[in-house]
Design a protein around this ligand. Structure first.
Ligand SMILES: [Zn+2]
Length: 247
């Protein structure tokens, strides 16, 4: 009887350990990720394979902007301020074709290289991809492609972002920026390229802008450390044992 009780206690302790280990692991992940990242990673909890990532990106992608809206936007763009990319810049720009094609945006987006002091990339009106000459110079082709994938992510959460910007809600904007990172990382994984290029790309843009004193919108992003933790955690979920991310 005494022996049986002992066995039962051991079995109960073992069960407790087995049951609580995933919960402990999730808790540890949450505390190491940071507040915003741990909230957003839960939204992508259900994506744990490349097939799941592809299904999410296909089903959640919004329809293209109507051509007449794009034409109207293009007419409102300033006629000055556009730069002619160098041969090297043109070669880097050709690297973004794969992400545009994957997202069915190759014939929708108009790419404009612009002259501004910042290392800037942005999606205007869901159809005009603005890339500053400085950003084109700084980024490698892989990083440029990765940051474009992030900009495509903005289309997925367009209305929410516009509303957060209108309301002046940086907390919501930080959350949405991470969701765009998720779209970018999933896209890059599906295309067989390294999501680390997203982190090195945004880090270069951020460092350049900090040195140039162009830090007006830094409060709209979580720290580079939190972005890195988030992207790594997402990649680990999707790739499982195939994740060979190098430190
Ligand atoms: Zn963004």
């Amino acid at each position: 009887m005494r022996a049986n009780q002992g066995s039962l206690q051991t079995a109960a302790m073992f069960l407790l350990l087995v049951v609580s280990r995933p919960a402990l692991a999730r808790e540890a992940e949450r505390t190491s990720l940071g507040n915003v990242a741990s909230r957003v990673i839960q939204e992508f909890e259900h994506i744990n394979s490349l097939a799941g990532a592809h299904e999410y990106l296909q089903s959640a992608r919004p329809g293209c902007i109507p051509p007449f809206v794009k034409a109207r936007l293009l007419r409102t763009l300033p006629i000055t301020g556009e730069a002619k990319p160098t041969a090297n810049g043109r070669s880097k720009l050709s690297a973004i074709d794969s992400v545009l094609e994957y997202h069915a945006r190759k014939t929708v987006f108009v790419v404009k290289v612009i002259v501004v002091n910042q290392a800037f990339m942005g999606l205007h009106g869901r159809s005009i991809l603005l890339i500053s000459g400085r950003a084109l110079e700084l980024l490698t082709a892989e990083e440029l492609r990765a940051v474009v994938a992030h900009e495509i992510g903005h289309e997925y959460f367009w209305e929410d972002y516009q509303s957060a910007a209108r309301l002046g809600d940086p907390g919501k904007m930080r959350e949405l920026e991470l969701r765009c990172d998720a779209v970018a990382a999933l896209t890059l994984l599906i295309l067989g390229t390294d999501p680390a290029a997203l982190l090195s790309g945004v880090s270069k843009l951020e460092s350049y802008n900090r040195l140039a004193g162009a830090t007006g919108n830094v409060h709209c992003y979580v720290s580079m450390k939190e972005r890195t933790g988030f992207v790594r955690a997402l990649v680990a979920k999707v790739m499982g044992n195939r994740n060979d991310w190098k430190d």
